[in-house]
Design a protein around this ligand. Sequence first.
Ligand SMILES: N[C@@H](CCC[C@H](N)C(=O)O)C(=O)O
Length: 290
Amino acid sequence: MSALANHAFAKMNGIGNEIVVVDLRDSRAAVTPEDARAVASPAGVPYDQLMVLQPARLQGTEAFIHIYNSDGSEAGACGNGMRCVVRRLFEKTGQTAVTFETRAGLLNCWQGPAPDLYTVDMGAPKFGWQDIPLAEEFRDTRYIELQVGPIDAPLLHSPSVVSMGNPHAIFWVDDVNAYDIERFGPLLENHPIFPERANITLAHIVDRDHITIRTWERGAGLTRACGSAACATAVAAARLKRANRTVEIALPGGKLSIEWRERDDHVLMTGTADFEYEGRFDPALFASVA
Ligand SMILES: N[C@@H](CCC[C@H](N)C(=O)O)C(=O)O
């Protein structure tokens, strides 16, 4: 029987990024990719990311968080999901700061700078081709040689690539809505240059303090917001000296403030998180899952 059968969940969203939060800290049972896919099925609780809290493995951390995409794959980081987890936890416990462990490392999170805002320290970006990872050596990842040329749309080329705990490619464009992202997103996500696939973002630099993005997410498709893509875009734009180290990123679902902190290279992401409803998973969902 799945660890999720009959288990409580909270449906939330981080500026439109659909998130389901499950607290399995009192259980040793693991969630499988099949479980994650069953939850994402139309009869389940459709989501972009499923955040599963498991018992902490390190002293000083609240939990280990497994992050599943709706296709059942596991991600290293999910900025919007982290804010949802944090809001849920803080509302129940009165805490205002916490450290979680994820596959991407330790993430410090806190409430603020206003009561309805949550900040996640997403750690330091990585720019090395092996860290992102890319399938072949690129000495300079500020731009890499890669292009996709839909016949009926402007050419997309020379993305910046960066790891924010997960792989990101950012294509700089004049208009993020001028491209059929649902058509070329899957092609680029699965391009052989990205051995672990990649999140694909279209970014328009409005001015040094403002950037607009749309993201096709690895394992989840087109979403209304991707927090780590916002971080990756902010860092890539600053690295190209086309934006300041603190910027506002506009996504289809809302806005995020991103600061690439000088003193330790860490990226801080600030935004809201919204609770929608809670419930229990119908065991029938997992009937066909071994
Ligand atoms: N929506 C997320 C990113 C989730 C992970 C991503 N799809 C991946 O597999 O890399 C965010 O808010 O960061």
